[in-house]
Design a protein around this ligand. Structure first.
Ligand SMILES: [Zn+2]
Length: 489
């Protein structure tokens, strides 16, 4: 260890002191009075406060006053541009009606500027909730607008190309209800209309990775859910392999998705995808709520990751959380990250909430509490997420050499008291309510509950006005729910 030498202490840019460090390393190290030294974008050292404070001097020190300090949470399944129409889908609307009534109209109306504002809203919310990185699901029509929004807020974003699909009719099957298909879905005018167009667009976001310090990077996203041919999936996997990034696609949100693919392939869909070489350690499947025993085995054998969205899995009554195998697969060593999915599917981009729901979902039907534990779901939200996003070499632990993406909580909230086990406190009581200061890439993005570089209230008013204008052009009115009648007794 380098202590005070002839030159005195080393100079760094920022010291975070007196935090209860959750290092999130393999040893699950916790340091009750710890400190993190940051220079530029990078963590230089993390360890006991007395040791770090003796070794480094910094232009700025942040005193965590004993509250938890941990790496930023990583959102692994997100549709970032839907946020300006959250809470718009009424609860009485049928699942198969949503695409034509809302989503298709949104995609055929939204401008790039409106997408930018939606991603700004999502990004502000994620930072406030301790999420410092998100993997977008490849459904922003103008990724450049999403990139600008992420850079404005300062959140780490991993973008994909727009709607990589070559058989959109698959979506019809995915959303079919028990009595069969409902016809061809509305055409989305700005999405690829043929395999050639999808192949031409595929991998466009990877150019961002030429800059090793880029805050916004690219990965390969395919929509999935039966909307891609084998040729397109294989091209996507090859592009992800060549670029050293993640291939990310939706899989088995509902039983209908699985049924359609099973018919197409003549076997369990993941068995077929494993055989043709589409699965692997750099592949992340969004949802995967409905898996057979054999599919669980190929996931383990190939090292594929899952992006589990607990809130979204419960929306339409598909039993995703009840039937999901995420918890048992995690215990068997499979990598699982957490996701919020989208507005109207979870309405809140808060991974602490998803982590809490993951526990509750796996407790359901059990006679004791031996379901997922807080340590496990926090592991999914941070380390699991970093790997599922293809970022495990850069983020996910408070260790020297990693990018400085940190969340510092406050002890000044009732939910943080009494102090004790910091992980049970974070997942059980405090969650995102105690998030106080957030650092991304070495930069203090949220400083004591405020964004120092942004006029957040003005931005929120502008986004609200833009949302109302967008809905008006979509021809969508925010209907009150048709609440079933209830007889007074
Ligand atoms: Zn999704």
């Amino acid at each position: 260890m380098r202590m005070d030498g002839p030159g005195g202490p080393e100079t760094v840019d920022l010291l975070v002191r007196h935090g209860h460090l959750l290092v999130m390393d393999d040893a699950e190290t916790r340091i009750a009075d710890g400190a993190v030294a940051i220079r530029g974008r990078t963590i230089v050292a993390a360890g006991p406060d007395a040791e770090i404070a003796a070794r480094f001097r910094a232009a700025r020190e942040i005193d965590a006053r004993g509250a938890p300090v941990h790496p930023g949470l990583v959102e692994t399944h997100l549709h970032a541009s839907f946020h300006t129409y959250r809470c718009v889908v009424p609860d009485h609307m049928a699942e198969e009606a949503v695409f034509d009534a809302i989503e298709a109209r949104f995609y055929n109306t939204v401008t790039d500027e409106e997408e930018e504002l939606a991603v700004l809203l999502a990004s502000l919310e994620m930072i406030r909730n301790g999420t410092t990185c998100f993997l977008e699901a490849g459904t922003v029509l103008a990724p450049e607008a999403a990139a600008r929004a992420a850079q404005t807020v300062g959140i780490r974003a991993i973008l994909g190309d727009t709607f990589i699909w070559d058989r959109p009719v698959g979506l019809q099957m995915g959303q079919a209800t028990g009595d069969g298909a409902r016809g061809v879905p509305s055409r989305l005018v700005r999405t690829p209309a043929s395999r050639e167009e999808a192949l031409a667009a595929l991998g466009g976001e990877l150019r961002r990775n030429a800059d090793p310090d880029a805050l916004v990077t690219g990965h390969v996203a395919v929509l999935g859910l039966g909307t891609a041919s084998e040729e397109l999936l294989l091209a996507a996997k090859a592009a992800a392999d060549a670029a050293g990034v993640v291939l990310n696609f939706h899989h088995a949100y509902s039983p209908a998705d699985t049924a359609a693919d099973r018919e197409r392939y003549g076997k369990d869909p993941l068995l077929h995808l494993a055989e043709i070489g589409v699965l692997g350690r750099n592949v992340t499947l969004g949802h995967a709520n409905h898996l057979t025993d054999a599919e669980c085995e190929v996931l383990l054998a190939t090292g594929t990751s899952l992006a589990w969205a607990p809130a979204a899995s419960m929306v339409w009554g598909h039993g995703g959380s009840r039937h999901g195998r995420h918890a048992e697969l995690w215990r068997r060593g499979l990598n699982v990250g957490l996701g919020s999915d989208s507005a109207n599917w979870s309405n809140e981009f808060d991974l602490f909430r998803q982590a809490n729901l993951a526990i509750l979902a796996t407790r359901e039907g059990k006679e004791d509490r031996m379901a997922l534990m807080p340590e496990e779901v926090l592991g999914m939200a941070i380390r699991g997420g970093a790997r599922a996003a293809g970022m495990e070499d850069r983020i996910g632990t408070l260790t020297a050499g990693k990018r400085a993406d940190l969340v510092i909580h406050t002890p000044d909230r009732p939910e943080a008291i009494p102090t004790g086990d910091p992980v049970r406190m974070l997942i059980g009581s405090a969650r995102s309510r105690t998030v106080h200061t957030v650092i991304v890439d070495g930069r203090v993005i949220l400083d004591g509950g405020r964004f120092p570089h942004l006029d957040e209230p003005a931005l929120l008013r502008r986004i609200d006005a833009a949302s109302h204008a967008l809905l008006a052009r979509m021809g969508v009115t925010v209907e009150r729910n048709r609440v079933p009648p209830r007889r007074a007794v």
